[in-house]
Design a protein. Structure first.
Length: 213
């Protein structure tokens, strides 16, 4: 009779030593043997509660595979959903800005036109045209543009607020300029008007960028 080859068993024994396994020929052998004691054929470990369920290496491979599967799923979901979410958010901001600009633009353009009309009037010393332009500057800055603030974009709000403030200050210099106090006010008035116009141009450029970007 052949004796099976035994694997090394650590001191204290192994609780698997009491289990029996059979060879392909049906001979029963202790679980720790690697070959049949009757026929010498290799023994296979049982695929039961004391087999692969207790194999730490198999559990490690299974856990690693699950981690990879979950990680791939999360990555795919992130890549698929992020562009849609970003696009939707951009579209929403663009739609809000465009709706605001539809209502605000007429007053912004009125202020811009009044500022430039006042500059032309003061260069030709058209007192009637200058007086009309100054009144329009005042109304557009104090009421027209102001009622549309704040804008949906903080930078646009800042530029329009600065334009309205400079234009409003310029409108209060109009009477002195009309009274021909040139040495005291005409240079200061022109500077305020130019600053207001520059802020308006910057605001309009930001609006165009926000709508078309």
């Amino acid at each position: 009779m052949m004796r099976g080859v035994r694997t090394a068993v650590p001191p204290g024994g192994d609780d698997e030593s009491s289990a029996m396994v059979t060879c392909p020929q049906g001979h029963a052998n202790p679980a720790e043997w690697t070959s049949c004691g009757e026929c010498g054929q290799p023994l296979r470990r049982p695929w039961g509660p004391r087999g692969w369920f207790t194999d730490a290496r198999l559990w490690a491979v299974f856990a690693g595979a699950m981690v990879v599967i979950v990680g791939v799923g999360v990555l795919v979901g992130y890549l698929l959903l992020r562009p849609d979410g970003s696009t939707n958010e951009t579209d929403d901001r663009r739609a809000v800005l465009q709706a605001w600009w539809i209502t605000a633009r007429p007053d912004v353009e009125d202020l811009r036109t009044a500022l430039r009309d006042s500059q032309r009037a003061i260069q030709t010393w058209d007192s009637s045209g200058f007086d009309d332009a100054c009144r329009r500057i005042h109304d557009a800055a104090a009421v027209g543009v102001a009622e549309h603030l704040p804008a949906p974009d903080a930078h646009i709000s800042a530029e329009l607020s600065a334009a309205a403030e400079d234009a409003h200050s310029a409108s209060h210099m109009c009477l002195a300029v009309i009274a021909q106090s040139h040495n005291d006010y005409d240079g200061e008035f022109s500077a305020a008007v130019e600053q207001a116009d520059q802020h308006l141009e910057t605001a309009r450029a930001l609006v165009d960028l926000g709508i078309t970007a």
